[in-house]
Design a protein around this ligand. Structure first.
Ligand SMILES: [Ca+2]
Length: 428
């Protein structure tokens, strides 16, 4: 059934029968329950709903299970932006946050934290950063400010930590102390370690996002290799998960697997591949973007205890072109992605736009694209993407943040990296 159902659904859609039939879809518990009604499926070659942002051919002939699950139409009007560079000369910057006074704080992959003045002057490296394993995709990754940073000055960082017999994603907190023009991390404490440790240089994740109730979401990867990826399905392993911890690293008692002897209590959701983007929406709900294989990048809204499918269901292929999971795009007990990209965009980050500078984007998601070299703007209605818009920047984008001024700030990857500021085009 796992391969025939999508075909059946695609056939139903092609025949225009979806409206009447209201057939069952697999819900989060893997039981046929929810019904889809009223909408035709937006298949990769669907017509009549406007052009799509993606014009390249997909890697597979897989059909989406849900309406508008890929290749949603572009909005009727394109939003015009002006792009300026507000800081230059960063060395493989990975993450950006705004300090309360409007300065920026960034991580650099090799293991440096720098504060950038409002004028764009890049400060000296902040002292006290722990040693990181920056080989491959590893290094100093995300930084998040304590929700009460102005009072407690605490910052949280994630990084690939060198460990005996390998490495792994680790989260630490420390106090940011500034005096006399220098800055340091003081009283650094490791609060969480993704385990098991593995000797590799790929798929560390990682983003850190505070929930509205002060808990910390930590996204990671499954370490990429065929011998580890299956652990994304294993609740006793920390690979391929989204975690929810308190600020001391403990598992909150209301986590979905708290008290279970067969699962790590810090797990929030599982079946993830490499989650490098995470944000809250206007309702305080967590959303993530994760790197898929060839043709399988995903947008998901991780709910507690839910399995997001990797590697037993995916819309992507191995890089070799071979099928994964015998070509299964759905599997019992797993949630479908809200949206997927084939070909991939390489999603590095996601931000929720809640400001006024770009009225057309209010309430929408801004996704950073490494492969797509720009931003991807998604408008949703409920859990369905309504439109997808691309903002080309001709640079691999590593992080995206919305400033207090309503501008959008995009971090470019690689040596001599920049922070780009996107503002509303004058006169529009
Ligand atoms: Ca998935």
């Amino acid at each position: 059934m796992k391969r025939t159902l999508p075909l059946l659904l695609a056939t139903v859609a092609a025949l225009g029968l979806g409206q009447q039939s209201g057939f069952a879809q697999t819900n989060d518990a893997g039981t046929p329950k929810a019904r889809l009604g009223g909408e035709a499926f937006q298949t990769p070659n669907a017509s009549g709903t406007g052009s799509t942002a993606e014009s390249q051919a997909p890697n597979t002939d897989y059909k989406p299970l849900l309406p508008n699950q890929t290749r949603a139409p572009q909005p009727p009007q394109k939003t015009e932006v002006e792009v300026a560079s507000v800081a230059k000369g960063l060395a493989s910057a990975w993450a950006l946050e705004f300090l309360p006074d409007g300065r920026m704080i960034v991580t650099e992959k090799a293991g440096k934290i720098r504060i950038i003045s409002k004028e764009g002057a890049i400060g000296d490296a902040v002292a006290g950063v722990p040693k990181v394993d920056s080989r491959g995709q590893g290094g100093l990754l995300d930084i998040a400010l304590s929700p009460s940073f102005a009072a407690d000055r605490l910052v949280y960082i994630s990084y690939s930590e060198p460990r005996e017999k390998g490495n792994g994603t680790t989260v630490a907190k420390a106090k940011l102390i500034e005096s006399g023009g220098t800055a340091k991390l003081d009283d650094l404490k490791v609060i969480f370690r993704q385990t098991p440790t593995y000797d590799g240089d790929k798929h560390f994740g990682s983003r850190l996002v505070f929930s509205t109730d002060g808990k910390l979401f930590v996204t990671v990867g499954e370490r990429s290799d065929k011998q580890t990826r299956g652990q994304a399905q294993d609740l006793t392993s920390g690979l391929g998960k989204v975690f929810r911890i308190d600020t001391d690293g403990n598992a909150p008692k209301d986590n979905p697997f708290a008290g279970s002897e067969k699962a790590k209590p810090e797990i929030w959701s599982y079946g993830h591949r490499n989650v490098q983007g995470a944000t809250l929406d206007g309702q305080g709900r967590l959303w993530i973007v994760e790197h898929g294989p060839r043709g399988g990048d995903e947008l998901n809204r991780p709910r507690p205890g839910i399995n997001y499918g990797w590697p037993i269901a995916t819309y992507g292929l191995e890089y070799s072109g071979d099928k994964i999971a015998d070509g299964a795009t759905m599997a019992a007990g797993t949630s479908q992605p809200v949206y997927y990209w084939d070909p991939v965009i390489g999603p590095s980050a996601i931000a929720y736009y809640d400001k006024d500078m770009f009225p057309a984007w209010k309430g929408q998601f801004i996704v950073g694209g490494l492969v797509s070299e720009g931003l991807v703007v998604l408008k949703l209605a409920g859990d369905t993407v309504v439109t997808e818009e691309r903002v080309p920047l001709d640079r691999r984008i590593r992080d995206v943040k919305v400033g207090a001024d309503g501008a959008i700030y995009a971090v470019t990857e690689g040596e001599n990296g920049e922070i780009l500021k996107l503002t509303s085009k004058k006169g529009s």
